[in-house]
Design a protein around this ligand. Structure first.
Ligand code: ATP
Ligand code: MG
Ligand code: MG
Ligand code: MG
Length: 576
């Protein structure tokens, strides 16, 4: 099918929209890809929808390739499952809540862990059924405090969310690895420059979590990266750690203690103050303490990192809600023995070791940021660790703090602070949701076995903007071919009938060869057509104009800016 500019539902704008600050927002609106309806709520017009659909298709292919199966949930959901996990409250003002005509409470799904867990529980019962991975590509709703930059941070947006269900930790690790590899393929195909950084799992209760950040000055996340190698790590590495507190003579390292009752943030503070050497206050000192919590009736403890850099207020609220029904304890030796992602050791000043400091790291990740856990009030954002070099999973550690300006730990280049857009996030959730819904499989021994889950998100609509951020110039967008709204933009540049006929013929030939064509067949000046072609950003622009008298057409590469004259008879073969 040839897309004709003369009939395409498209009006490009010469001026930037008044509310747009970042290039992707300006250009996607000017090029007529999206239109604003309300803050953080956008419509997709024909060309924008094509890019979105192509990205969806890449995501779908890569998810299917790892054996995940596509399903589709409603966005309009009843409150009850989210009450069972506390997220009805925990999600805070970000959750769109509404009532039906009978007064029943509903929400618009911000993420779907609950529904997936319940659905698997409804269908599966035996260990033979597992493992299973399910996903959807679906509209999500979050009442973001600051919807921003057009579709980059929407209040309605498209996410691919998938969930893995395994019988044991090894299974979960394998599902996580499959997703990690699939995400690498997805973001490579979409054509982005990105880094993978270890992420704190916060109140999600996970033991391993990584974020995929598209490099961009307009991103909201900060990380450090080497000027010369691919080394990259979290923002924590660039926060200057406060000087460590002096060790208290004769005090033992943190031990396991249980709170007697329902902890709130205050009781947690009291608990930590009573059981550790340090004095905490709810306001400023609970960052990066790792404890474990257990929901009533649950078998398993969940690791819980308290306070997450960057999102602190939100996470403190989440934490408070998630702690309500739980028991809280500090980690003990058995936790370190049982959990391959917990590495016992110490980093930096001896004072930390004396305080029983522990840190959490995923030894399968070659480089990753570790964060200090334990009974110490100072922030110990730490370091990037290299498995094998800095530690072994049984716990020997030698590492140094790194920050912007330091040489890269791999010896190549210097670390600089950089900004990124979160495009994907993968989590090992563990049993938090399975516990909430008693999601068990009947084991071979006839006993119920609790399922362990992972959750994995890709910001599908955000990707459209992330690519636009990375790939544009003053004139307009520049799409990588795999996600461009068309492969070739044919411009009929001239009024002569012979030019028009030739343009039509070339477009028809390309179309017959399976190439997606936009044909500018309008009766406007060539200047207007060129400006629009540059703004729309199709990777190849083929100009059929005066050159025909010499037997040539011009082929412009939107990305490199190269222009070539090609014999008209070779034009189709040249751009296929
Ligand atoms: P952010 O830190 O940007 O708020 P998040 O950590 O809240 O994102 P997740 O819950 O991890 O987001 O959701 C998975 C993915 O969904 C994110 O990695 C991101 O790509 C995308 N996403 C999240 N919020 C939005 C939004 N408001 N608009 C568009 N995409 C979003
Ligand atoms: Mg968010
Ligand atoms: Mg985030
Ligand atoms: Mg995230």
């Amino acid at each position: 099918m040839i897309t004709r500019m003369s009939t395409l539902f498209l009006r490009t704008l010469r001026e930037d929209p008044a509310d747009a600050e970042v290039p992707s927002h300006k250009l996607l609106v000017r090029a007529g890809y999206v239109r604003r309806i309300a803050p953080g709520i956008y419509s997709w017009l024909p060309l924008g929808l094509r890019v979105l659909r192509k990205i969806e298709e890449i995501v779908r292919e890569e998810m299917n390739a790892i054996g995940a199966q596509e399903i589709h949930f409603p966005a309009l959901l009843p409150k009850e499952p989210y009450e069972a996990t506390n997220r009805w409250t925990e999600y805070g003002p970000n959750l769109f809540r509404l009532k039906d005509r009978k007064g029943g409470d509903y929400l618009l799904g911000p993420t779907h862990e609950e529904l997936f867990a319940l659905t698997v529980k409804g269908e599966y019962s035996s260990y033979k059924d597992y493992p299973v991975m399910l996903y959807q590509i679906q509209t999500k709703y979050r009442d973001e405090e600051r919807p921003r930059a057009g579709i980059l941070r929407g209040r309605e947006f498209v996410m691919k969310d998938s969930y893995s269900f395994d019988l044991d930790d090894e299974g979960l690790a394998a599902s996580y690895r499959l997703h990690r590899d699939a995400y690498i393929r997805i973001f490579d195909r979409v054509g982005l420059r990105y880094v993978i950084v270890a992420a704190t799992s916060g109140a999600m209760g996970g033991s391993a979590s990584e974020e995929f950040l598209a490099e961009s000055e307009t991103g909201e996340d900060t990380f450090v990266r080497s000027t010369e190698s691919g080394f990259a790590a979290n923002v924590e590495a660039v926060i200057t750690p406060a000087p460590p507190a002096e060790p208290v003579e004769g005090k033992p390292a943190a031990e396991v203690h249980h709170t007697p009752n329902t902890p709130t943030i205050e009781t947690l503070v009291d608990f930590l103050n009573a059981n550790t050497d340090r004095k905490f206050t709810a306001a400023d000192t609970l960052k990066n303490v790792l404890v474990k919590t257990r929901q009533p009736g649950a078998q398993d403890w969940e690791l819980l990192a308290i306070g997450v850099p960057g999102d602190r207020e939100v996470d403190m609220k989440r934490l408070e809600a998630s702690l309500e029904p739980a028991e809280v304890a500090l980690l003990d030796e058995a936790d370190f023995a049982a959990n391959p992602f917990l590495v016992k050791g110490y980093i930096g000043p001896k004072a930390l070791q004396d305080n029983g400091v522990r840190f959490l790291v995923d030894p399968r990740v070659v480089t990753g940021t570790a964060w200090v856990t334990g009974a110490d009030k100072t922030d110990h954002h730490v370091v990037d660790l290299l498995c094998g070099r800095d530690f072994t999973p049984d716990g020997t550690v030698e590492a140094a703090e790194v920050r912007a300006g330091d040489p890269s730990p791999d010896g190549r280049g210097t670390l600089v602070a950089a900004r990124g857009i979160e495009i994907g996030h993968i989590f090992q959730l563990g049993r938090k949701y399975a516990d909430a819904f008693s999601l068990d499989a009947l084991g071979q021994d006839g006993k119920p076995k609790r399922i362990t889950m992972g959750s994995y998100g890709v910001g599908v609509s955000r990707l459209v903007a992330a690519v636009a951020e990375q790939s544009h110039d003053d004139l307009g967008l520049m799409w990588p071919r795999e996600i461009a709204p068309a492969d070739v933009h044919v411009v009929i540049a001239g009024k002569d009938e012979s030019i028009r006929e030739r343009g039509e013929a070339i477009a028809a030939e390309l179309d017959a060869a399976g190439v997606q064509v936009i044909l500018d067949d309008r009766t406007v000046s060539p200047g207007v057509k060129f400006a629009d072609a540059e703004l729309l950003g199709v990777p190849t622009i083929l100009v059929v104009g005066k050159g025909l008298t010499k037997g040539v057409v011009e082929v412009r590469d939107r990305l490199s800016g190269d222009r070539e004259e090609i014999e008209v008879d070779n034009a189709v073969a040249h751009v296929i």
